[in-house]
Design a protein around this ligand. Structure first.
Ligand code: ADP
Length: 619
């Protein structure tokens, strides 16, 4: 279990680590895409800027380009070149050149003769005048002497000032007789370049930076110059011997183009930080120059970073939401599983219980069958016992009966003999009286025999409304012999006639048992007293038999109703009377109980149901 948990945790950790790494890689990739997109956007936007600067430079040059050709056609200039020794002409042209220069905004305007010597110049009056200087080595002179517009960027050998030179041949119907040169200053255009929010500079075909808004980059090279080029530059004294070191921009290559390039430079020494720039460039075909634009990438990168961060936040939020959903689902699933488990357990338990119940049911059914069987047997036995009890009582009674019958029989014989004698003597009255007595005695004997037949008969089990009084009277009548013999006083009290549910003969048998027992128990009492009280209580009737006899021993009370429980001598009691009575009363739906009377004697209480129906013979 622990191991499994550990491996599960490990798995989860590895999984989350992998997820994090994947996320990281994704973010990196996304960031790169964002950066490249931002840079692309910047590149596209700034292409217009570099084109604008190119146009600006081209415009700047274009403004001055027509000057030299115009001047070259001026007749006074042709005149001077034809008469170079004429001082008056020289002075006039000097003044004219000075005026033109001032008007055009050029730096200098001067006139070379066909050998390259300066014969007149706008700065004739300055300390470092060009007049008298030989510029035959300058390519612009050579170009012009070949009949075309010479154009050249150079640092002035005389002034040490950078400038652009336009040169045009002066012709008088034949080959060039001289050259007009207009030098323009770079200050103005560099001011324009400097005003740009970006770094702008212009390089020539050799990769030398001619113009730059940034002063430190002027006259530096984009990539090292080879010796051939250096020699050529030196020969033409293009940059007046300037050292031409490499410019402090890393990543530059000279291939001007359309593609995106990043370079690094410290454009401003004050904060001396290397910054990253996007390098854009555009070529100028006529001059062979390239206009360069360095745009800081910081803004674009920052924008890309913001996008990346937003994406990261979005991803994190997404992950978080996914996680929350996952957890909720997990929770729900586990709850479902638990519920299912509980349900399954419940179902199993129900099944088990059902099985148990089925077994129990089967057992119960068996038991019920057994009980029914036992009850049937019991009933059978009880019926037999009732019969046996009756027989026992009959045995007892037969002794009494033989006494009962013998005594009247003897009396009848005596009365009969006497009646015979009275008849012989003619004493008819007396004989009649004796015969009457005989008739009475036989009546009594007939009544006795009727009771006996009724008693010996096994009763039907049916119950119905019976009279308590009738049953009591019958029982007492049957016991009259014993009552008289014992001298007991039997007192019947209470409600005169109560109808209860039962069987006449069986109820009478119960009363006979109870009163018989009371007679036995009161044998030693003087005088023996037996009280029978009939009461009505809440739809029931109670018959209470009390005597002033011995009462019961404490331990016997519980066993009184057990079959064969007796305290009487052998031959006197079978111990069935109360047991049979108990069963009879129970069959009637009633109750029988026994208790001692506190002053001495026993109390037996028979409780019986009272039917709603009218009295009807039960048997
Ligand atoms: P039997 O009369 O044959 O003994 P019973 O079931 O009628 O059987 O009575 C059981 C016993 O209960 C008697 O032996 C007697 O000891 C006791 N008993 C019954 N009625 C009384 C009574 N009224 N007073 C005292 N003892 C009694």
């Amino acid at each position: 279990m622990g191991k499994r948990l550990l491996s599960k945790n490990l798995k989860r950790t590895v999984l989350s680590a992998a997820l994090l790494v994947m996320l990281g890689v994704m973010m990196l990739f996304a960031h790169r895409v964002f950066v490249s997109q931002a840079l692309d956007g910047l590149f596209e936007r700034e292409r217009a800027t570099v084109a604008l600067h190119t146009e600006n430079v081209r415009g700047w040059l274009g403004r001055y380009r027509p000057l030299a050709p115009t001047y070259a056609h001026y007749s006074e200039i042709i005149g001077l070149l034809k008469n170079p020794q004429d001082q008056q002409r020289v002075d006039d042209i000097n003044l004219q050149l000075e005026r033109w220069t001032a008007a055009s905004g050029a730096s200098d305007t001067y006139l070379l003769d066909r050998s390259g010597m300066t014969i007149a110049a706008s700065n004739w009056n300055a300390a470092k005048t060009f007049v008298g200087n030989d510029y035959a080595f300058r390519p612009y002179f050579q170009d012009a002497m070949q009949g075309r517009l010479g154009r050249y960027f150079a640092m002035g050998t005389t002034t040490g000032v950078r400038g652009y030179f336009f040169a045009y041949p002066v012709q008088d119907g034949g080959p060039p007789i001289g050259v007009v040169v207009v030098k323009i200053q770079v200050g103005l255009i560099e001011q324009d370049l400097r005003a740009s929010p970006h770094q702008v500079f212009v390089s020539d075909q050799d990769g030398v930076i001619l113009l730059s808004g940034h002063p430190r980059w002027r006259l530096k090279t984009l990539g090292g110059l080879d010796n051939e080029v250096r020699r050529r530059i030196g020969k033409r004294r293009q940059f007046a011997g300037a050292p031409l070191p490499d410019v402090e921009i890393q990543g530059l290559d000279d291939g001007a183009g359309e593609r995106l390039r990043l370079v690094y430079a410290e454009p401003d020494r004050s904060n001396a930080a290397v910054k990253e720039f996007l390098h854009l460039s555009q070529g100028m075909t006529v001059e062979g120059w390239t206009v360069h634009l360095l745009v800081e990438t910081r803004g674009a990168r920052r924008q890309a970073l913001v996008y990346t961060m937003l994406l990261g936040l979005g991803l994190l939020a997404g992950l978080l939401i996914a996680f929350v959903f996952w957890q909720r689902r997990q929770f729900y699933l586990s709850r479902l599983a638990k519920r299912e488990q509980i349900q399954r357990a419940l179902e199993r338990r129900v099944e088990e219980r059902t099985a148990d119940l089925t077994t129990i049911n089967a057992r119960l059914a068996e038991e019920v069958a057994e009980r029914t069987q036992a009850e049937a047997t019991l009933r059978q036995t009880q019926a037999e016992l009732v019969q046996a009890g009756k027989l026992a009582a009959l045995g007892q009674m037969s002794t009494a009966l033989s006494h009962e019958y013998n005594q009247p029989l003897a009396a009848i014989r005596t009365y009969a003999e006497n009646a015979g004698a009275f008849l012989e003597r003619g004493q008819i009255d007396k004989a009649e009286s004796n015969l009457g007595r005989i008739a009475k005695l036989t009546e009594r004997m007939a009544s006795l025999s009727k009771h006996l037949t009724a008693f010996a008969r096994k009763p039907k089990d049916t119950t119905g409304p019976v009279s308590v009084k009738a049953a009591l009277d019958e029982a007492i009548a049957l016991l009259r012999g014993r009552i008289e013999a014992s001298g007991a006083v039997v007192d019947v009290r209470g409600v005169d006639d109560v109808i209860v549910t039962g069987g006449q003969v069986r109820l009478q048998h119960v009363f006979m048992n109870l009163i018989g027992n009371a007679i036995d128990a009161t044998a030693a009492a003087s005088p023996p007293r037996i009280t029978v009280t009939v009461r009505e209580v809440e739809g029931k009737a109670a018959v209470v038999v009390e005597d002033n006899g011995t009462g019961f021993a404490e331990d016997d009370v519980e066993r009184l109703f057990d079959p064969f429980f007796t305290r009487k001598e052998p031959g006197k009691g079978l111990g069935l009377g109360l047991s049979i009575s108990f069963n009879i009363i129970r069959d009637f739906g009633g109750m029988i109980s026994a208790e001692n009377i506190s002053g001495g004697g026993a109390r037996l209480i028979v409780s019986l149901n009272r039917p709603e129906a009218t009295l009807e013979a039960a048997e």
